[in-house]
Ligand binder design. Structure first.
Ligand SMILES: Nc1ncnc2c1ncn2[C@@H]1O[C@H](COP(=O)(O)OP(=O)(O)OP(=O)(O)O)[C@@H](O)[C@H]1O
Ligand SMILES: [Mg+2]
Length: 240
């Protein structure tokens, strides 16, 4: 039974973790048992003598997923590079079969499992294997996080277009405002996209002051801003 969603983005640092955490927290509040996975995290700092995957930690907190961080994030690297390159630099290799086995384990014990990529869709997990290949292998439809700023329309449309060329299923995109400063682009992007793609915008997340202190209230922000119906409908179809 497929019950996962792949949270990808138009780039690195565009709001994937915030979007995944907001969705996880909202779904949890609605009564779903939410599993999370960050298959590979790079750029990890150290905590208590071990590499600490911060994204995976936030995902765990937001979802209430009871699994240990080692399972949520089986591969961690210190260097802030694409997974394939970080792994090669340390003389190791990421095993897709390991990721697939762990995903199966997580998804079989949760109602819905959110999987966060790294960077964008074509970032390599292995030298000849991208996150798009992983999404296909795990049969995950996509939710695309896009930084709501000037230049986003092009990045988002390229991502959606390529995902559709690869015949990946796309549930929608979420625009995330990363900057406090007023932006004409951010105010007009959502409307402009309506005539450029038939893929639905699931929501627009405003800039959140002091986000770090408000991570626990992401469910409320997402409840007000995000339309979960395409996700829930897709989930029901896949179950039946
Ligand atoms: N709506 C928002 N309001 C304020 N700050 C935000 C918002 N969304 C994201 N940020 C901040 O922007 C930065 C990038 O967001 P995030 O970590 O979610 O991106 P990402 O795509 O997951 O990055 P990575 O590629 O490193 O996984 C973070 O510091 C985050 O706290
Ligand atoms: Mg992230």
């Amino acid at each position: 039974m497929g019950n996962g969603i792949f949270i990808t983005g138009t780039d690195t640092g565009v709001g994937k973790t915030v979007v995944a955490c907001g969705l996880a927290a909202l779904l949890k509040d609605l009564g779903y048992r939410v599993g999370v996975m960050k298959p590979v995290e790079t750029g990890c700092g150290e905590r208590d003598g071990a590499l600490f995957p911060e994204d995976a930690f936030y995902l765990k907190e937001a979802s209430g997923c009871e699994l240990p961080l080692d399972k949520i994030c089986p591969y961690r690297f210190r260097v802030p590079l694409a997974p394939a390159i970080a792994a090669a630099g340390e003389g190791t290799r990421i095993e897709v079969s390991v990721l697939s086995r762990i995903y199966d384990e997580i998804s079989s014990t949760h109602d819905i499992t959110l999987v966060e990529g790294a960077g964008g869709l074509l970032v390599p997990v292995l030298p000849h294997y991208t996150y798009a290949d992983l999404a296909r292998l795990l049969k995950l439809p996509l939710v695309v996080a896009a930084a709501n700023r000037l230049g986003m329309i092009n990045h988002l449309l390229l991502t959606l277009e390529h995902a559709s060329c690869l015949q990946l299923s796309i549930l929608g995109y979420i625009l995330d405002r990363l900057e406090r400063a007023p932006s004409l682009a951010a105010e007009t992007n959502r409307e402009a996209l309506l005539s450029l793609t038939a893929v639905p915008c699931l929501g627009e997340i405003p800039y959140v002051e002091e986000l770090e202190a408000k991570r626990t209230s992401l469910a409320d922000i997402f409840k007000a801003q995000v339309d979960l119906r395409p996700l829930e409908t897709d989930l029901r179809h896949r179950r039946s």
